[in-house]
Design a protein around this ligand. Structure first.
Ligand SMILES: Cc1cc2nc3c(=O)[nH]c(=O)nc-3n(C[C@H](O)[C@H](O)[C@H](O)COP(=O)(O)O)c2cc1C
Length: 201
């Protein structure tokens, strides 16, 4: 027996996430798909930064980045990440924790090809998270890459996606008197069924 309904209706947490994001697209001033992505380094020290969530699939969340970046190196060591979506306009939050796998095949190629030429050249020019002498150095790199690769640069090998396969997802919505609604989807292993639970706020 559950009293879960309205914006929390349905068994599939990916469908709820997609529905909420579609609502946020109508109400947020910009970047409704911006997530705060948390990783830990080899010593267990947490790190967090914003990235853009590019796809909510049937069983995964996908974002794109430079494989030489700090976040990528942390993910390569642990294979784990967490993220939070927060929409001030909706007063809602989605939290996700899970295992992370590189997505550097056809889907990454297709997404790279869909980006503006400037963004594609920018991805080539940026040695993300490494020290940079000056803005001029970066612009010179962009000019060099533009001359070398022309108008149709392929996806660089050092740039691509990561798929996050959740073991846990939580949906939170603001309620009167700070008595918010929280529901958690949890599964001990990927092949297990989701256990859905209401949590005290
Ligand atoms: C709204 C927003 C969206 C961003 N989206 C991305 C993104 O999709 N991919 C990315 O690599 N960095 C993105 N960034 C930059 C990251 O926050 C970060 O500065 C960069 O990825 C380096 O992080 P790292 O050194 O922890 O790897 C975004 C920043 C902001 C503020």
């Amino acid at each position: 027996m559950t009293d879960r309904n309205g914006i929390f209706a349905g068994e599939d947490p990916f469908a709820i996430a997609r529905r909420w994001l579609a609502e946020a697209e109508a109400t947020e001033p910009n970047d409704p798909n911006a997530i705060a992505l948390a990783t830990v380094d080899g010593e267990g020290m947490p790190d967090v930064r914003m990235v853009l969530l590019k796809e909510i699939g049937a069983d995964r969340f996908t974002f794109y980045t430079n494989y030489g970046s700090a976040k990528a190196q942390e993910i390569e060591v642990t294979g784990k990440a967490a993220f939070v979506l927060h929409w001030k306009s909706l007063r809602r939050q989605v939290r996700v924790r899970g295992h992370v796998v590189r997505s550097d095949g056809a889907a990454a190629d297709a997404y790279f090809a869909s980006r503006s030429l400037q963004s594609r050249l920018g991805a080539w020019a940026s040695q993300q998270s490494r020290p940079l002498e000056s803005r001029g150095t970066l612009m010179a790199e962009v000019a060099k890459i533009t001359a070398r690769l022309g108008p149709r640069p392929p996806r660089p090998e050092f740039w691509g996606g990561y798929d996050i396969f959740p073991s846990q997802m939580e949906f939170w919505a603001d309620g009167a008197f700070r008595l918010h609604d929280r529901y958690r989807w949890k599964r001990p292993a990927m092949e297990d069924e989701w256990e859905i639970q209401r949590l005290y706020p």
